[in-house]
Design a protein around this ligand. Structure first.
Ligand code: ADP
Ligand code: MG
Length: 253
């Protein structure tokens, strides 16, 4: 197993956002996380690369291992973890600087100095996300001039530049128009197998199209829990939990 959470819990002060979440994610697969707003999906993702360390009130319990190593163990640094486990958010988050620098800043931070290597990696990852032809003649332009969909693909290129093993995608298409959303979805599909991906999506049709594995989150007794999980076909066609069944059928949530 690539990622294994065991009884993962996330609390903000005294309020419990995620309780007892146990999930296994296989290498190279796409896992869709679905469920209504407020059931702890983002908190769950944030715990996987210790983004929760950066939230003042957040407290994480339970265990997360990546390739067998405990991410909270002594040998794990959050800096290295966030290189290996990239995160993409709903609202594209390019830095307010040039397209080139968006990619190269992260590379420099992680020790790449040589000009030729920086340029080669920049081109490679922009090609990976289908952005190279659109921006190769204006790498010095501000990333903020790009459209929302281009910005999101730039953010994915920035994450890919660090050669992560895992990509966490938190509603990556929700803020995009349908065509841009389709491009990002196609990109995620192209990256299948090369990266282990967890994607939170409200779009059940998208989850069905993309996912190998599905986890349904719900609020029970005031906390987000996983009420259903398994191979996508099984979860969609024969959910065991009645609430999950109603939600996946579009009746509830
Ligand atoms: N930084 C935070 N501080 C306090 N409460 C938070 C914070 N982030 C999320 N929450 C609360 O935790 C619960 C789960 O939120 P979240 O993980 O964002 O759910 P989802 O992504 O499924 O909408 C919600 O009740 C939300 O209000
Ligand atoms: Mg969320």
């Amino acid at each position: 197993m690539m990622i294994q959470t065991e009884s993962l819990g996330v609390q903000y002060g005294s309020s419990i956002a995620v309780r007892d979440a146990t999930l296994s994610v296989e290498t190279g697969r796409i896992t869709a996380i679905v469920g209504p707003s407020g059931c702890g999906k983002s908190s769950f993702l944030a715990a996987l690369n210790r983004m929760t360390d950066l939230l003042p009130d957040a407290h994480v319990t339970g265990r997360v291992t990546i390739d067998g190593t405990d991410i909270h163990g002594e040998s794990s640094s959050p800096h290295d973890l966030r290189r290996r486990v990239g995160m993409i958010f709903q609202k594209p988050t390019p830095f307010p600087m040039s397209i080139r620098r968006n990619i190269q800043l992260a590379l420099r931070e992680h020790g790449m100095r040589e000009r030729a290597a920086l340029e080669a990696t920049t081109e490679r990852v922009l090609r990976d996300v289908g952005l190279w032809d659109e921006v190769c003649d204006r790498l010095e332009a501000s990333a903020l001039q790009l459209s929302g969909g281009q910005q999101q693909r730039l953010c994915m290129a920035r994450a890919l530049a660090l050669e992560p093993q895992v990509l966490l995608l938190d509603e990556p298409c929700s803020a995009l128009d349908p065509i841009a959303s389709e491009r990002v979805e196609a990109l995620i599909r192209e990256l299948r197998g090369r990266y282990t991906m967890l994607i939170v999506t409200h779009n059940l049709a998208q989850a069905r199209r993309l996912a190998d594995h599905v986890a349904v989150f719900w609020v029970r007794d005031g906390a987000g829990v996983i009420i259903e999980q398994g191979p996508a076909a099984r979860v969609f066609d024969a959910p065991r939990d009645p609430t999950a069944a109603a939600y996946l059928a579009g009746v509830q949530g």
